[in-house]
Each structure stands twice: as C-alpha cells, then as structure tokens.
Design a protein. Structure first.
Length: 130
C-alpha cells in the first residue's frame, strides 16, 4: 500500500506517492519532493468477507434462497516504514536515497469450504446435493 493520499486518488502510487513509499512505487520522485528527507510509518488493515453460494429453486423454478457453501472472514494487519533523503551535489545535480520496508504480498489467508454431500455428476452436468 502506498500513501493515504495516493490510495484515496484511485491507487495512483506511481504518480503521486510521498515519503519512503516512492522507493517502491516511483524512485524518481525522491528527488522531485520539496522536503530534504524524512521518516514515515504506516499501518494497514485489510478485512475480507467472502460468501459463495448457489441459487436454490423450488419445484416450479422460483428462487427460494442462496445455499452457501463457502463463508470466510479474515483480517490482516501490516506495517510499512522507511527513511529517505535528497540533496543537491555540485556537478551532479539532485540525488536521492532511501530505505523502505513493506511486504510485497502475504499468503496468510484462511479458507474453509463446507461440503454437505456426495453426488457423482456426469460430464457437463451442474448439480448440488444438500
């Protein structure tokens, strides 16, 4: 995740991220920022609720309810932090450097599927048995 501003503007991290997140999303922004340096810390929270279901119909083909076969609820917390600096060097121009710590992704998702019966189907046949 990038800065709160870049996330609020439609995840435009490549264009307008700030602070040490520039190291990950757009390193050329390190020398374009007005500040000479800084430290930042960001906490992230991601919450997922998913529900998979099959439409259940009565004898006449009317919709009765959704038969859930997967429900998962999961929360993930993460921390990003970093330091950055930029300075003007004679005969070289503006130079920037920094360090940014952030997980690229995580695989700590918990998945459970509820199977309620066994029914052998033929090829091309869709079926559900409760």
């Amino acid at each position: 995740m990038g800065s709160a501003r870049a996330t609020a503007m439609g995840n435009t991290h490549l264009l307008n991220s700030t602070g040490s997140t520039n190291i990950r999303f757009n390193p050329s922004n390190l020398v374009r920022m007005n500040s000479r340096g800084g430290i930042n810390l960001q906490t992230n929270h991601s919450s997922v609720f998913e529900r998979w279901s099959i439409p259940m119909k009565d004898f006449f083909g009317d919709f009765l309810t959704s038969g859930d076969y997967v429900t998962n609820e999961f929360s993930y917390y993460g921390i990003n932090s970093g330091v950055f600096a930029s300075l003007m060097l004679p005969m070289v121009g503006k130079v920037g450097a920094g360090f940014h710590y952030a997980p690229l992704t995580h695989f700590t998702y918990q998945y459970s599927e509820e199977v309620r019966g066994e029914y052998d189907t033929e090829d091309g046949e869709y079926a559900s048995k409760d």
